[in-house]
Structure formats: structure tokens, C-alpha cells
Write a protein that binds this ligand. Sequence first.
Ligand code: KIV
Length: 271
Amino acid sequence: MSTQHNIRKVTTHVLAEMKLRGEKISMLTAYDYSMARILEQAGIDVILVGDSASNVMAGHETTLPITLNEMIYHASAVVRGTKRALIVVDLPFGTYQGNSKEALASAIRIMKETAANAVKLEGGSEVKESVSRILSAGIPVMGHLGLTPQSIHKFGTYVVRAKENEEAKKLIEDAHILEDAGCFALVLEKIPATLAAKVATEIKIPVIGIGAGNKVDGQVLVLHDMLGITQEFSPRFLRRYHNLYQEIQGAVSNYINDVKSSDFPNEREQY
Ligand code: KIV
């Protein structure tokens, strides 16, 4: 069993040590208190309050509409449900791009109002100034390269990124830029496994993959996808550990039948 379970709190330093030891980092998303508690009790290392909340919690088609206030609401609930896991919060679209002062102000709001441990933002050289300014306030930053859902309208599709040499070269350069800027970890989303492996070997900070093969330092999935609550989303990289959609639907159908047939509540379930 992992020695990490004995450590009181996972910090960015703990993640660096895990990479050095070759111990894989487990990361999942969560957006609310109850789920965060379950993940915490199971021993997850990192919880990402992802802007995927825009999709799975709010039903938007993209991650673009979610606001900073909404992210803060989700993140504070997650923090209340956890003690040991490192909590990382996505800076939502429009709160950091192109304006490093605004990026710092957004990151400060997240840290002050949620008590989370770090922020994550998408992009490479374009966000370098924002990363540096946020770090100058002592706020740890996680980078995110490859498929960056906040730029979906630039790319037009969610297909695998960096298959061509030029894009792969830029991704490697960006990974170095983020490491040099001081990011404590990097998410690589939906890129060829060989490229992800090369990045994980070249840079010293932990690389967490989603659809990036297993030669990286850890893995992240969206909780609702791996639990089978979302049904329509089935990329090759997604391993479903449950079919909660069906389970919940079955339980609710049984409840409806019991209410309609007056089977619920029975004598033991009343006062
Ligand atoms: O928002 C999110 O859930 C993410 C993960 C897919 C890494 O950024």
C-alpha cells in the first residue's frame, strides 16, 4: 500500500517527491462536498475542481460559460469535504487570458474565498506572464497543454492534439516554458502517448495525463465520466468504473413504483 496514505496533507512538494520516487499520482475531478468526501476517503491524491463543471454540473456544451463565482462555489464545497487531498481549481475562461493582473486577481479570489491549494490554467507561452504573476503572490499553478477545452472555438474539434511535428514541437517548448515559469505540475490532455512520455521525461515537474498514455507521472479523469454518469461521452481513453447512470435510474424507478403502489413508506418507516 502507498505510504502517501500516512501523510496528513498532499502538497505540491509531496507530488514532486512522488515523481522522484516513481509513485503515480491519482487525480479526479469533483465539484461538491459529498463526492469530495468519498474521493478523500478512498485516498485520492489530488482533486481538480475542473471547469468541466460547466458540462457535467450545469449542462453547458462547452467549458466557456462557467463563471469565477460559480467555480468558487464548487471549490469551497469541495474544500469542506476534504483534508488530505491537494485541491486544484481551474481558472475559468476569460479570467486570466491576455491580462496577467486580472489573472492574479482571479487566482487570489479563488485562494481567499475557497481555501483551495492551487489553481490551474490552460495554455503555454501565451499565459506565461499570468503564470509568473500568480506565482509571485505565492499561489501554486498547474499548467494544462494539449487539448485545451477553453480554446475549442479556435480548434473546432476535440480530436487528438499535437500529432503533427510542428504542434508537437510547440507543445514541448510550452512544457519547458511552464516548468521554467514555476508551475508545480502539468496536465497533458489527449495527445500521443509517445509525445507525453517524452515531455514527462524531459521536465522535472509531475505530468498528469488524460488520454496521454501511461508513461506519465499520474492520471486524471472527469469523475462523472469514469463513474458512468455521463453516457454520451465515450473517448478511447475513458475507462468506466461503473454505470451509475443506470444504477441511479433503476433506484429512482423503484422509488417511483413504490410511491405509486403505496408500498413506501411501510409501517416501519413511519412514526
Ligand atoms: O476541467 C477539467 O475537468 C479538466 C480535466 C479534463 C483535466 O481540466
